[in-house]
Design a protein around this ligand. Structure first.
Ligand code: PEP
Ligand code: MN
Length: 337
């Protein structure tokens, strides 16, 4: 941490800041320039609120020079984290694809969609059993029967599964049925849920919150890792901006930013990121080109009658054509799909 003093700061004010830094176990390095004094504090400031220094008399600003997260940071772990689940690898050379409907509706629906996405090359079947809906009157998911269907159909197709856990009480059920536990955007900062998931030894797909910064996403990952669960897959799923031409604004730049700051794999969700079927393929292509370690895409055989997110679900033929394009893009950037 660096404390930049005002040009007019008195020696007494500088000494007060030094004393506070020392009190907090920092080694203090003072540099006096022509106009200003800088105080470098070397030590552990994960637990320090820099605003407490900003409030001291004579202080101009306080800059953090290290990140508040450690386990999720690339500085702490320079090698990429590779999450291996059966034959599927996330964070390696291969771009992994998760696909399926927003929600499990019926066994027949899941059989049709699973067969189609598997044939097109998806390895992981996605579908929600517990749905976080804006309206309490919208379809909320079928719960345990949905998880049973998801598991049965995925097994038959030789696929892995991912599904959302909305609250701690649902965790035992999800652990029984799915391979990857999804934390939805609305729950990214549900710290009780994160703490419980930190105790699990199953991969967690952690979606970026609707209005979360990348640092907040990495701090949420830190919760999981602080509990000992290092199998964390991040997901850029679009954020709230002033733009309303799309449901959310898919922050493609978050992919290279996260790759620089963290060793964790990051995938993209162009379905929730755009909310419109016709925008999904261009953004999926862009995400792979930007280095995404995977994608999660909603696909439905009859989207007009889907119980949730039909407008952003690809038809199986569109998904299959997209996978062909993604294979070419992956090859160009030295990856496989
Ligand atoms: C979903 O994956 O269907 C979902 C609800 O995602 P998000 O949490 O990103 O809105
Ligand atoms: Mn959805």
């Amino acid at each position: 941490m660096v404390v930049v003093m005002n040009e007019t700061a008195t020696e007494e004010q500088i000494q007060k800041v030094i004393a506070k830094l020392v009190e907090m176990n920092f080694d203090v390095h003072r540099s006096t320039g022509v106009n200003q004094t800088l105080l470098g504090g070397i030590g552990d400031h994960r637990n320090i609120d820099t605003r407490n220094f900003e409030l001291l008399d004579g202080v101009h600003e306080v800059l953090r020079v290290t990140t508040p997260y450690k386990l999720a940071s690339r500085a702490f772990h320079p090698e990429n984290t590779v999450v291996k689940i059966g034959d599927v690898v996330l964070g390696g050379e291969t771009v992994a694809v998760m696909a399926g409907p927003c929600s499990v509706e019926t066994q027949e629906q899941m059989e049709i969609i699973a067969a189609a996405v598997k044939k097109a090359g998806a390895q992981i079947l996605r579908a929600g059993a517990f749905k976080p809906r804006t309206s309490p009157y919208s379809f909320q998911g079928l719960g345990e029967p949905a998880l049973k269907i998801l598991q049965t159909v995925a097994k038959r197709e030789g696929m892995l599964t991912v599904s959302e856990v909305m609250e701690v009480a649902q965790l035992p059920l999800l652990l029984e049925y799915v391979d990857i536990l999804q934390v939805g955007a609305r729950n990214m900062q549900n710290f009780n849920l994160l703490r419980e998931l930190g105790k699990c030894r199953k991969p967690v797909l952690l979606k970026r919150g609707l209005a979360a910064t990348i640092e907040e996403l990495l701090m949420a990952a830190e919760y999981l890792m602080a509990g000992g669960n290092y199998q964390v897959i991040l997901c850029e799923r679009g954020i709230r901006t002033f733009e309303n031409a799309t449901r959310n604004t898919l922050d493609i730049s978050a992919i290279p930013v996260v790759h620089k700051l963290s060793h964790l794999p990051i995938i993209a969700d162009p379905s929730h990121g755009t909310g419109r079927r016709d925008k999904v393929a261009p953004m999926a292509r862009a995400a792979v080109a930007a280095g995404a370690d995977g994608l999660i895409i909603e696909v439905h055989h009859d989207p007009d009658n889907a119980l949730s997110d039909g407008a952003q679900s690809l038809f199986p033929t569109q998904f299959s054509a997209l996978m062909d394009e993604l294979r070419m893009i992956a090859q160009v950037i030295g990856r496989k799909l």
